[in-house]
Write a protein that binds this ligand. Structure first.
Ligand code: ZN
Length: 293
């Protein structure tokens, strides 16, 4: 049960989303067998993607977050639909690094501090919306905050956390929250938000204390009275299918298909769920005909 709650302040000046993504990140870790630091990196990114996905307006809209840095695990990719259902992958999911100077998993070391965060929103238009900003810290939450400030001019506070058992890589807790100021917010609202955040515990500590997403919405904004707007039960789920893989193969073009047809068998593995799709030489030749049409 990955519960995502969206709430609005009674005075209508700000939104908050809070998500307990523990089960979703556990599922991701099992699919990809991610190392501890990669569970933290991808776990944080899919948690952010899920919350940002729910903010999409159209039912068929999708959101992609891609962090391409100079770190050994890069890129880290997460995709969400408008229901907050996510999938994702890490370039190298086996990366292991010593803890950082704060004694935490070194996510920015794995991702890299130099590079870009790309945000793609497919809103069903001819061209998807695409924004690219330099990596702020590589710790992901700060990068999401920077994206909203630079590309959407929306003052946002983002916090993300993944707690991993140091002994056996098991994901113990994961979650996040996203506070957004609405255009009705003034400087007083901003200083009240900042004041409230001074004493906020890390997300995974709040989850360990037994707080529900609804309670987190209120806990992070103690100066405001929050009202729940809606709840979603989100998950990690891949939507790949033979049709989609076939369409992707055709779109690689005739040259690529001709090359594949030289082999007796072509294997395509889905990046997001590791499902294997096998095509015979005859099937590839058939696709080649279609690509030539
Ligand atoms: Zn898949």
């Amino acid at each position: 049960m990955n519960e995502l709650v969206r709430a609005i302040s009674e005075d209508g000046t700000l939104y908050v989303l809070a998500l307990n993504s523990t089960e979703m990140v556990k599922k991701m870790q099992k699919i990809h067998s991610t190392s501890k630091v990669c569970s933290a990196a991808l776990g944080r990114l899919i948690t952010a993607a899920s919350m940002m996905g729910v903010l999409l307006k159209g039912e068929k809209d999708t959101l992609t977050l891609k962090i391409s840095g100079n770190g050994p695990a890069s890129p880290v990719v997460a995709v969400s639909n408008s229901k907050g259902i996510v999938k994702g992958y890490v370039g190298d999911n086996s990366v292991q690094l010593p803890l950082n100077k704060n004694g935490k998993l070194d996510v920015s070391g794995a991702v890299g501090k130099d590079g870009f965060l790309t945000v793609i929103k497919d809103l069903g238009l001819k061209e998807p919306y695409c924004a690219q900003i330099p990596i702020a810290s590589g710790e992901i939450a700060e990068d999401i905050t920077a994206y909203y400030a630079i590309s959407e001019q929306t003052p946002t506070v983002c916090a993300l956390g993944v707690l991993v058992n140091p002994d056996n890589k098991e994901v113990l807790l994961a979650g996040g929250f996203l506070i957004q100021l609405l255009p009705t917010a003034d400087d007083d609202t901003i200083s009240l938000v900042e004041k409230g955040l001074e004493n906020i515990k890390p997300v995974t500590t709040m989850l360990a204390d037994g707080l529900t997403p609804e309670e987190i919405c209120q806990a992070v904004l103690p100066e405001f009275k929050m009202q729940v707007l809606d709840r979603e039960y989100v998950d990690y789920k891949c939507d790949c299918s033979e049709e989609r893989v076939t369409a992707a193969l055709i779109s690689t073009g005739a040259d690529g298909l001709r090359e594949m047809a030289e082999d007796e068998q072509t294997e395509v593995v889905c990046h997001f769920c590791n499902k294997k799709y096998v095509y015979s030489k005859e099937q590839i030749l058939k696709l080649l005909k279609e690509a030539n049409k």
